[in-house]
Design a protein. Sequence first.
Length: 272
Amino acid sequence: MKSASFKILVFTLILFLISNSSVTAQNFNGKAIYVSKSKMELGNWGARLSEAQKKQVAARLKNRLEKKYILTFNKQEASFKEDTKIDAISGATDSWGAYFSRGKQYKNIKTTQLIQSQEFYGKRFLVKDNLYKIDWVLGTETKQIGAYTCYKAKAFIPNIELNWYNFSWSDLRNEENTDSDKKENMVVVEAWYTSQIPLAHGPGEFWGLPGLILEVNVNNTTLLCTEVTISKGEAVQIEAPDRGTEITKEKYSKTIRKKMAEMRNNRMRRRG
């Protein structure tokens, strides 16, 4: 009799703990601040510059090389946007670089939906597409980021999935590459996530690990979380961008490349 009563008590306690943890998970909200730093690549042209000239170029490009982002999230949704500031020296933002910057991004990891607002020369686009499913390889290496123990993970991701909104004039010089070739251009991504925050969110295109991603290293850029705020109260409402011409990632990339080619050709005709 006592044994049966004890089993019932244990079973009831387990049900209570499961129910309580489920409610907590559903109301898991937070905000994370990330700082990105990119190394300046000047190529063959940079080799001809003096150290003083390189410092001048770096100062001019600081708005592109160092950025701050804010990730706001609940259990299944997240909003990621750049924290833009006026340049203290010039008094203005980097307007040309802004055309190739990441717009406000909305992710739903349950429905794998991506919505991102982009603007190019006064025209607003609303990019709607599926999140790219990242095939992460989990490692055992750990390190401390702030108060959190983080685990290492790696993945190979098509470059076009990471930079579909980002363009340069060199992209136009490589137009002879087919779309399939570009998709096969894989990039090695190293991420550090913490299971202490058991949500599959991360900055930008990165998601799908068993914990919040606090650091990402890809190519010459490091994206590092410098501050995390977690609350377990009522679920935070995440708003998705809703203005602009609806378009997919692939069509947006093609549209902007076409526009850039037109701008280049018009400039060449004027010079001629």
